[in-house]
Design a protein around this ligand. Structure first.
Ligand code: SAM
Length: 273
């Protein structure tokens, strides 16, 4: 009975996502005010700084980085692509994978210009912003594929996608709490993705705190789990991770957003036990 309820919750989320519009999502979340890269206190400046630090402080390394629930975005692998020789992008929806393929194949006509993000990460790395073309080329070189994923399946990726040893590092941004019907499903999803990671591999996880919905299409309000920090920590522990660091960011008071009801986000660096 309980199992059926859990299945129904996951199926309802999957239905909801059928209306996801990458262009609307990118416009809402990856343009100012959230992505005002001129402001050090903007959300995206914080996201990129966290990732830069995590990937350069030395202990996150290996061959393969897997991004879980990439959506239509690329900012989350712009630091990691300098450390890992292989990057795998994944998403549940073909519309998002198509958006990513269009950037990868340099077709033009994508819904967002990633140049300012590439320039910003170059600056974080102490390079000239003009080095963004080299970073874009590096990213295109290391992205090995863009594949379907379902974090609610015990085996989230097709069997032959990863080497048997698993990935060296997972990054996942704003996916699990946005794709899960409840806290139990969020915790299970953390466990499922952990199976993709080698022992002692790292998980870099961003999420929103206290968010109950976000707008992802002209008429689409996606319900989400309003997590708190204690729940995130407990779910990580239950799913086989050791927490290394949890940071919390609060949107500046003058940042007005209408497309979700959250003003706090977390970043976690954890290790698979
Ligand atoms: N990672 C991107 C970012 O940082 O903006 C996108 C986050 S978006 C809020 C949530 C993503 O979760 C969407 O791209 C959606 O397609 C994906 N998603 C929804 N259901 C999923 C599932 N069952 N398994 C994996 N990803 C899922």
């Amino acid at each position: 009975m309980e199992e059926k309820g859990a299945e129904n919750g996951v199926a309802a989320m999957a239905d909801c996502y059928q209306g996801f519009d990458p262009a609307v999502y990118l416009q809402n979340n990856y343009t100012p005010p959230l992505a005002d890269l001129e402001r050090k206190d903007s959300l995206l400046s914080w996201n990129l700084a966290c990732l830069h630090r995590a990937f350069t402080e030395g202990n996150v390394s290996g061959e393969l980085l897997v991004d879980i629930g990439s959506g239509p975005t690329l900012y989350q692998v712009m630091s990691g692509c300098e450390v890992f020789n292989k990057v795998l992008l994944t998403d549940f929806l073909e519309v998002n994978r198509k958006e990513l393929r269009s950037w990868l194949q340099d077709e033009g006509g994508g819904s967002l210009d990633w140049t300012p993000f590439l320039q910003h990460v170059c600056k974080l790395e102490g390079r000239q912003p003009s080095a963004w073309t080299e970073k874009a080329a590096r990213l295109r070189q290391v992205i090995m594929d863009i594949v379907p994923i379902d974090v609610h399946r015990p085996q989230p990726l097709a069997l032959d996608v990863l080497p048997s040893a698993g990935a060296d590092c997972l990054v996942s941004c704003y996916c699990l709490e946005s794709a899960s019907p409840d806290l139990a499903a969020f915790t299970r999803a953390l466990g499922h993705i952990g199976r993709l990671l080698r022992p002692c591999g790292h998980l870099l996880l961003f999420g929103t705190l206290g968010m109950s919905y976000y707008i992802a299409g002209p008429d689409l309000k996606i319900p989400t789990i309003p997590l708190n920090e204690a729940q995130v920590c407990a779910s990580l522990k239950e799913s086989g991770y050791t927490l290394i660091r949890l940071e919390v960011y609060t949107l500046p008071q003058d940042t007005n957003v209408w497309f979700d009801d959250s003003s706090r986000m977390f970043f976690v660096k954890a290790m698979k036990v």
